[in-house]
Design a protein around this ligand. Structure first.
Ligand code: C5P
Length: 319
């Protein structure tokens, strides 16, 4: 049997259908009820075995490219060193597989906006976990991969799972929610990123009396019925006022999308991407065109949800 030398995994972006945020905890995190929905924007991560350097050093090398149709903006901000979440994922899997030094080369083809509130970095980490598990023959099961993902970040477990799921705790404890049919989305991308800790900090300033976060049965019902109008009425993001406080110009972006026929428009996660739910694929194309024409965003993309979680597209399981 020949050793596997490279594995490519595709992982989806997410939009938050409900982001209910409680008060800040002692560890600095916030308890959340966070309904994640995976959408059809995918990063691809390829992990290859690398030769150890002359001194036997196990250096991880990272390359980042814009995927076909992807955005160049902010690619320069993606860390190329061991601090990249995908490199940290590779080290965690090597540790679990009992390998002390495992030099790898990681290539990331990005279609998910960087620093956009769509969990692109988390998708790359989830993809790297799955790719390294296959490459190193670690044999980790879904629960073990989920535990490693939660070590890497609150939003990393979801892109492994995909579909639609409610996250509790700091967002990392996941419970799948059935969604029927296909929901059509438009994402308005912004030139400037927003920092997640800064948006949570602004939330604490605006909502010192935040209540414990709660779910919403009408959201679950709308998803199960595949009803976009009912889903639109149930969309909610507690971080939106904080994101708008830091980026007041996003109010115009939301307005343009709603005027163009979106059933609803919300800030995605901690922003600055704005997400619009359209009645159907044609409606999404119209909202996207109106947003681009208005100049109220850097670029608009259409996508649908939900879609499956991270999966191998080239490597052992795809053969
Ligand atoms: O878990 P992760 O490192 O992705 O979180 C990034 C930042 O987002 C945290 O440092 C924290 O400021 C904020 N956060 C939070 N509460 C959560 C998740 C994230 O305050 N439940």
């Amino acid at each position: 049997m020949t050793a596997i030398t490279a594995v490519t995994v595709r992982a989806p972006a997410k939009v938050n259908l409900l982001l209910a945020v409680g008060p800040v905890r002692e560890d600095g995190y916030h308890d959340l009820v966070n309904v994640f929905h995976a959408v059809s924007l995918f990063d691809e991560v390829t992990v290859r075995r690398a030769e150890p350097g002359p001194a036997g050093a196990a250096e991880t090398a990272i390359e980042v490219h814009a995927a076909a149709g992807g955005l160049d903006a902010h690619l320069a901000e993606v860390p190329r060193d061991g601090s990249n979440l995908a490199a940290r994922a590779a080290r965690l899997v090597a540790r679990e597989a009992g390998l002390s030094e495992e030099p790898v080369r990681i290539r990331i083809d990005k279609a998910i906006p960087v620093a956009g509130g769509m969990a692109g970095g988390s998708a790359d980490a989830a993809a790297a976990l799955l790719a390294c598990d296959a490459l190193f023959g670690a044999g980790l099961d879904a629960a073990a991969l989920q535990a490693l993902a939660a070590e890497l970040g609150s939003d990393v477990p979801f892109p492994l799972l995909g579909g639609t799921a409610v996250g509790t705790g700091r967002g990392e404890v996941l419970d799948p929610v059935p969604a029927r049919g296909r929901f059509h989305w438009v994402f308005a991308l912004s030139e400037d990123g927003l920092s997640t800790p800064a948006v949570f900090g602004e939330y604490d300033r605006l909502r010192p009396d935040a209540p414990q976060p709660r779910g919403d049965a009408s959201l679950t019902t709308a998803l199960g019925a595949g009803d976009p109008s009912a889903l639109a009425a149930a969309l909610r993001n507690d971080l939106e006022p904080a994101a708008l406080s830091l980026r007041p110009d996003l109010a115009r972006t939301l307005d343009v999308g709603r005027q163009a026929g979106a059933l609803a428009g919300i800030v995605s996660g901690s922003g600055p991407t704005c997400a619009f739910l359209a009645p159907d694929a044609d409606g999404a194309a119209e909202v996207s065109a109106a947003l681009e024409k208005s100049g109220a965003c850097e670029r608009a993309l259409t996508a649908y949800g939900d879609v499956p979680g991270a999966h191998i597209v080239d490597g052992p399981a795809s053969r």
